[in-house]
Design a protein. Structure first.
Length: 486
């Protein structure tokens, strides 16, 4: 039962708006189904927070344990030839940001482990999706999933009849006759349902605020994410009330809102990646491997002393040091040869990596273009970027891992050139302290300013645009209500 304000024909707008909001809230509190649904949604959000946080803690603990084990195995190698160490290789694991509990993004579907070795650039391995059941592909229970998909649907079911049902009962006409302006009526309804939307998201918002307090270095990311989700839920609340006001029957409003939810939240986010993959051609992993091997064969083999390219390299090296024979070099020629080979192959690997990332960027641009019609696409883009679980973050991990691989491989090749005796038999061993001093891999996430400029501000601009459009439509609907409240 909505508010029917007796008395003067012109009530003060703020007082009337507040009264309408209170009446709307009381009506929903009397609706046992609405109350039960709200409680279940709050419980589901809280469960998602706890489960996701526990999973994040377990994942980070497991990866830290594996990283420590890999570091110990690396450091416990005995005295040996540095080129043996190059081929021994090393594992690095990608840690997750504390914000990843909110939105795991693509992390379950991309590898989190790199095996680093000389002359090769390996892809990341051991994704959760590759080791779990197919149910993982239906989505995980995270706070982001609940707020992006489930909470808007509940907002729709709570607000679809906010005005349309009063029109059907004749209460809307009575309120307008009593002097309640259409804008005041809509403002009261929006105040009530906007408050309910924020209440439904409160557990997740509190979790983000807690991250901001417990991890000051991530405060900007957490608060920006919080602001984005607040605006997203408000957009849904406003849209639901306005659709209820624009259509003559509550049934029509419900059908229109559910259809909008299906298209914007379910259909477009699912279809657009497939469409983008069809537009942007990407070679398969096997095709990429074949192309790399063909290019490597054209470059030459640094392990082959009679390779044409490296024969030319040997001539340049002898000329540089002013000697006639390799045996007369003051450094170990084998180490120089490995350094040159690693330089060439790494440049080739980087070229293929950049090309693949450019294709993924074009695919993402096509998908993000649909965010004009589906704000959830832009929200996911922002959410995963701030949580450090988007494709850009994965590409950054691969790039940082490659820089680390190239650094320690070339350092070992430098030991081969400068520490191993040039006149030795090729099997000399050097002291193990050389690789025990290798610095540990440290993954550095992208700076907040870069992430916000690329992902957060476009979202806020989009949501602000949606809010302006909705508020403009609300003004027209309010005038229409006054002219025709039937």
């Amino acid at each position: 039962m909505s508010a029917v304000l007796p008395g003067a024909t012109r009530s003060p707008a703020p007082g009337a708006m507040t009264a309408i909001a209170r009446a709307e809230l009381r009506a929903m509190l009397r609706n046992q189904v609405a109350v039960a649904a709200g409680i279940l949604m709050l419980a589901l959000t809280l469960a998602a927070i706890l489960v996701s946080h526990e999973r994040l803690s377990a994942v980070n603990a497991e990866r830290a344990r594996f990283q420590n084990s890999a570091d110990q195995q690396w450091q416990n190698q005995p005295d040996r030839h540095p080129h043996r160490v190059v081929h021994y290789g090393h594992y690095v694991f990608r840690p997750l940001s504390p914000l990843a509990f909110f939105d795991f993004g693509v992390d379950p579907f991309t590898g989190n482990t790199l095996f680093l070795e000389g002359h090769r650039q390996n892809s990341a391995n051991f994704s959760d999706a590759g080791q779990s059941s197919l149910l993982l592909r239906f989505g995980q229970l995270t706070p982001a999933f609940v707020l992006q998909v489930l909470t808007p649907l509940l907002i729709v079911f709570l607000a679809f009849g906010s005005v349309a049902r009063e029109r059907e009962r004749g209460q809307l006409r009575l309120q307008i006759v009593q002097g309640i302006r259409g804008s005041t009526l809509l403002a009261g309804k929006l105040l009530a349902h906007g408050g309910i939307a924020l209440l439904l998201g409160a557990p997740a918002f509190l979790a983000l605020a807690a991250i901001a307090i417990l991890h000051p270095a991530l405060a900007a990311e957490a608060l920006t994410m919080l602001g984005g989700y607040v605006l997203y839920l408000l957009v849904w609340a406003i849209a639901a009330v306005l659709v209820s006001s624009a259509l003559p029957r509550a049934r029509d409003a419900l059908l229109a809102l559910v259809a909008g939810w299906i298209v914007t939240v379910i259909l477009l986010p699912r279809v657009m990646p497939d469409f983008a993959a069809g537009v942007v051609e990407r070679p398969s992993r096997i095709e990429t491997e074949v192309a790399i091997h063909e290019r490597l064969a054209a470059i030459g083999d640094s392990h082959d002393p009679d390779d044409p390219y490296f024969n030319a390299f040997r001539a340049r090296t002898l000329e540089k040091y002013g000697v006639q024979r390799v045996e007369d070099l003051p450094v170990n020629y084998g180490g120089l040869l490995m350094q040159e080979g690693e330089r060439l192959t790494s440049a080739l690997f980087d070229e293929f990596m950049r090309e693949d990332h450019a294709r993924q960027t074009r695919e993402s641009a096509i998908v993000n273009a649909a965010s004009v019609a589906s704000p959830v696409i832009a929200l996911r883009r922002m959410s995963t970027a701030l949580a450090g679980t988007n494709l850009d973050s994965h590409a950054r991990f691969l790039s940082e891992g490659e820089k680390y691989r190239y650094g320690f491989v070339q350092a070992l090749n430098g030991l081969h050139a400068n520490v191993v005796s040039p006149q030795g038999d090729g099997a000399e061993r050097i002291d193990k302290h050389h690789w025990q001093d290798t610095p540990r891999f440290a993954y550095a996430p992208a700076a907040y300013g870069d992430v916000a400029a690329r992902h957060a501000w476009p979202l806020f601009s989009l949501l602000a645009g949606w809010l302006l459009v909705l508020l403009g439509a609300g003004r027209w609907i309010a005038q229409r209500l006054e002219r025709n409240p039937k």
